[in-house]
Write a protein that binds this ligand. Structure first.
Ligand code: MSP
Length: 593
């Protein structure tokens, strides 16, 4: 689905609207955040978000989809806020690892890469990953960018011909220090050397190749991190980088002999050498925004989403390369942790790789997106099991959110199928009506929800945003339960006004939840908002004014016809052994008096 594109001017309008309504914003924190946010909208409206580009040696798995869903969520959120956002993903197709995978199947390399790259593209398209560019490192535009990037480093004297001797992991495409290597037994019981971090096999290599003067960037990298405390998020990953930088930082080998690695970009001016796949791959972020031609507008707004295993490449090598060529460093590197399956690392050899295509069909695209973002914690690894998925989706999407929508739109409670009128006598601001203390607490919570959600979406702590939304949904369900509108008598004018006010408040809550959930579950949100009669242009950040009538301004939705009742918001899922989990008992309006 598309979000309305808001212009810079509209961002400024929001600011002035917030300013004029200043007196009505009871919560001072909300007010200052609105100010801060809106002034930001006025200043710069470009946003550029990337996922890592995925190796094509194997089919996509759940972890890959997770990286993409996080970036997609942030991209959609920024669009909602009126930013002009670009979102790039794609595939990493060069290097020894891919060369070996190609040799194993005996196919033409490009044909092989195209096949697997298409699998990633199809997965992302089917899961509503709304990328604006899909980059492949085998594309000509990328080769040009890599060659140019290399030449700048070379011309600045930052690359020199030398010789490298040390450990190399092909699986990680990474050079390792002796302290990063240990011993393990391979499947046949033979002792082998492995990377202590990834567990992948390493080999000793000795080669003439080109070296990048990484060592001279150590203090500049430390300085960058000290001056930019949020450059790598969450903080524990920034601390890890600082720690690494305090250790030895030797120069980096940035090419391999052509005789060993043919599948890659040749070093400009030296066809006997191939550019190191990580240098090649990292430049993709620049290729997408037009490098070496005009790229400044987007490059200065770059945000990377990466998994924790590729932190060193993104937070040390990449910034050092960029400092070398004289380009700005990324604004933020967002790091996420990994998914395990039933407590174990996901791996082909263990046979426990979760196929995201199969699982998205089983749990729906939005179901899968919701689960990954609701359970995924950036700071630590999370475990994936069927039962957890089913339980979470049934509880929060089917029962809680779906149930709330059903209750408020049921013809028994809402025979006219409208967004009913709010009555300020029944629900006055001075708390002298029929509303009780908990109702006012709910109103305050939903009112501040956008600010809370904003903070968590932007730091990719999406699970906290969803936790906050879910808590509010529960509060609204309790609000309905507490006042049992099905017991009210519509023929009595006082009862009718109160009943309408209850439904109005609940629909307003749902409108806020539906709007805020768009970056996470775009299809469900669309169904929900359509059912409420909220038009596509009324679904952005500037439409998050909650319960305007209570706060003394007009509500554009009051009296409006609801949209058609199409289908369930989210159908309950069956357990693995076929048993349908019982929905929680809730009082449904059987009929009205
Ligand atoms: N090609 C490099 C990235 C180059 S970016 C310039 C690469 N590719 S990858 O396919 O191996 O990994 C891509 C992303 O998937 C990484 O962010 C990685 O952390 C993520 N995941 C791989 N396994 C994962 C899990 N089990 N769980 C969550 N994410 C995981 O690295």
């Amino acid at each position: 689905m598309k979000f309305p594109f808001l212009t810079l001017t509209r961002g400024c309008e929001t600011f002035y609207r917030f300013q004029q309504r200043g007196v009505l914003l009871a919560d001072q924190r909300l007010w200052s955040s609105a100010l801060k946010h809106s002034s930001q909208l006025c200043k710069d409206k470009s946003f550029y978000i990337t996922t890592p580009i995925f190796y094509v040696n194997a089919s996509p798995h759940l972890g890959h989809l997770y990286s993409a869903v996080i970036a997609d969520c942030l991209h959609r959120w920024k669009l909602m806020q009126g930013f002009d956002s670009r979102f790039a993903t794609g595939t990493d197709e060069h290097g020894l690892k891919i060369q070996q995978a190609v040799e194993a199947v005996g196919k033409d390399p490009l044909t092989f890469c195209t096949e697997v790259s298409e699998r990633f593209r199809n997965l992302f398209s089917s899961c509503n990953i709304s990328f604006t560019d899909y980059i492949r490192t085998t594309e000509q535009r990328h080769r040009r960018a890599v060659e140019h990037f290399w030449s700048v480093l070379w011309n600045k004297g930052l690359i020199y011909k030398g010789s490298y001797e040390g450990w190399y992991s092909t699986q990680d495409e990474s050079f390792l220090m002796p302290s990063q290597v240990g011993e393990a037994l391979d499947p046949s019981g033979k002792k082998v050397k492995v990377s202590l971090e990834s567990g992948h096999k390493v080999e000793w290599m000795k080669e003439e190749n080109y070296m990048f003067r990484l060592s001279i960037f150590r203090s500049r990298l430390l300085d960058w991190l000290v001056k930019n405390p949020g450059a790598v998020q969450p903080e524990r990953f920034q601390q890890a980088v600082v720690q690494w930088l305090q250790e030895d930082l030797p120069d980096l080998s940035v090419s391999r002999q052509r005789s060993r690695l043919q599948w890659g970009v040749p070093v400009p001016g030296d066809p006997e050498q191939t550019i190191y796949v990580w240098l090649d791959a990292l430049v993709n972020y620049l290729t997408v925004v037009g490098y070496p031609e005009i790229h400044e507008q987007w490059w200065s707004a770059a945000h990377h989403v990466i998994g924790k295993d590729i932190l060193k490449f993104h937070a040390i090598y990449w910034p050092a390369f960029l400092l070398g060529v004289g380009l700005p460093l990324p604004k933020v590197i967002h790091v996420h942790s990994h998914w395990t399956v039933a407590g174990r690392k996901m791996s082909k050899s263990l046979g426990n790789v979760v196929d995201p295509v199969e699982h998205s069909q089983m749990f729906t695209n939005d179901g899968m997106r919701y689960f990954l973002l609701r359970q995924g914690v950036p700071d630590s690894d999370c475990d994936y099991t069927h039962d957890k998925v089913i339980k979470l989706l049934n509880t929060e999407l089917a029962d809680s959110l779906g149930g709330l929508l059903n209750r408020c739109t049921a013809p028994a409670l809402n025979p006219a199928q409208v967004y009913p009128a709010f009555c300020s006598q029944a629900f006055p601001r001075d708390q002298r009506g029929r509303a009780v203390a908990e109702d006012y607490q709910m109103v305050a919570a939903v009112r501040s929800l956008p600010t809370v959600v904003e903070k968590y979406y932007e730091s990719i702590h999406v699970y906290k945003a969803l936790e906050a939304i879910s808590a509010c949904v529960r509060q609204t369900n309790r609000f309905i339960q507490r006042h049992a509108p099905w017991k009210l008598d519509r023929r009595d004018s006082k009862d009718r006004r109160w009943l309408d006010a209850i439904i109005h408040v609940s629909l307003e809550c749902l409108r806020i939840y539906g709007t805020l959930l768009q970056p996470v579950v775009p299809e469900i949100s669309n169904r929900l908002l359509t059912r409420l009669g909220v038009q596509p242009h009324e679904r952005s950040w500037k439409n998050l004014d909650f319960l305007q009538r209570y706060h003394g301004t007009d509500c554009p939705f009051e009296g409006r016809l609801l949209g058609l009742d199409s289908r369930l918001l989210f159908s309950r899922l069956e357990g693995q052994n076929g048993d349908k989990q019982k929905p929680k008992k809730s009082k449904k309006p059987a009929c009205l008096k």
